[in-house]
Design a protein around this ligand. Structure first.
Ligand SMILES: Cc1ncc(COP(=O)(O)O)c(C=O)c1O
Length: 321
């Protein structure tokens, strides 16, 4: 089971419908290694970025609840992309074909103790985020600390009009017709690339198309950051800004200080909502296909500045001569 899931998620050609699913053997191995007392909560992301924007199934969420109940472990979602995840459940999971997205979301949330949410994504707004919980203990504890870090618990540092926009966006972003348009636009870009032989993660993710940099630039060693290289090359060619999701993002081992090279080395082409037309998708695809055709000529990068934390936001690179 463990190997099957690992294989499905690492194999970018494998079209398993829910490659974001939790691998319970792996979770069990963490519990065995560290002890349940050392684990504050299980954090689960919707439309998992590091797996290529892949959804989690309802069955997996339900099983995770049962699993965590056995250990009295809390579950906190990163629900930022939960509406898009719900769309995939409706599209791919038996029994949900005609369930309203809002009901799918309610069931998904019922298996968690709370969630964090960056509203700039599925809530269709410019700014804001929130923490929601149905657990009184978490509510009391976070209500006190939010005053220190953000603002009073009633507004958490946000302006009233931004909160109003989030409340509306949460509903609007969960409409089936909107989600269908949104996910189909991402798919349109992915299919244009796949048709031209560009290696992408399959199935195409909810919020982004992910390029497989190890296959795109096989001549660049991992120490020269193939995904970062590809992301920079795309920007240089077309001014389209992409995001590295590989070894730069993964960082260093906290014990040994060595770089960690994850199984996947990806470039994320994240599509903002309700901003671009399909012509923009075509423009982006043309640039990437052009680069793919001359991929052998693209040189790698060396990191010349590395901040202590979250290096993928601020590290600087130079081309290897
Ligand atoms: C699942 C998920 N959570 C959180 C974030 C980051 O949110 P913010 O920009 O509000 O820090 C992202 C960004 O892409 C994301 O994909």
């Amino acid at each position: 089971m463990k190997n099957q899931l690992m294989l499905s998620y690492c194999n970018t050609e494998n079209t398993h419908p829910f490659k974001g699913n939790v691998d319970f053997n792996k979770l069990q191995s963490y519990i065995d290694e560290y002890g349940v007392d050392k684990i504050s909560f299980v954090n689960l992301e919707m439309d998992v970025n590091m797996a290529g924007g892949q959804p989690v199934s309802m069955e997996n969420l339900r099983k995770l609840r049962e699993f965590c109940d056995d250990y009295k472990l809390k579950i906190i979602y990163d629900a930022t992309r939960s509406s898009e995840n719900a769309y995939f459940i409706r599209e791919r999971e038996k029994g949900y074909e005609s369930t309203p997205i809002i009901e799918i979301l309610r069931e998904m949330m019922s298996y968690s103790d709370g969630c964090i949410y960056s509203s700039k994504k599925d809530c269709l707004v410019n700014i804001g985020g929130f923490l929601a919980t149905n657990n009184l203990e978490i509510f009391e504890a976070t209500r006190s600390s939010v005053v220190i870090y953000e603002g009073l618990h009633t507004y958490g540092g946000m302006a009233g009009r931004d909160m109003e926009a989030v409340a509306r966006g949460l509903r609007e972003g969960a409409q089936y017709e909107y989600l269908r348009y949104r996910i189909n636009q991402v798919r349109y870009l992915g299919e244009l690339l796949a048709k031209s032989g560009v290696p992408i993660v399959k199935p195409i993710g909810g919020h982004a198309v992910f390029l497989n940099a190890l296959k795109f630039l096989p001549h660049i060693p991992r120490e020269q950051w193939p995904a970062q290289t590809l992301s920079a090359a795309i920007y240089e060619d077309s001014a389209v800004r992409a995001m590295e999701r590989g070894a730069v993002s993964k960082g260093r081992d906290s014990q040994t200080g060595e770089n960690i090279f994850p199984a996947l080395e990806l470039v994320r082409l994240t599509i903002p909502r309700r901003v671009y037309t399909n012509s923009h998708m075509e423009y982006t695809a043309e640039s990437i296909v052009r680069l793919y055709q001359k991929r052998d000529t693209i040189p790698g990068l060396k990191m010349v500045y590395e901040p202590k934390y979250l290096r993928f936001f601020q590290a600087r690179f130079e081309q290897v001569p």
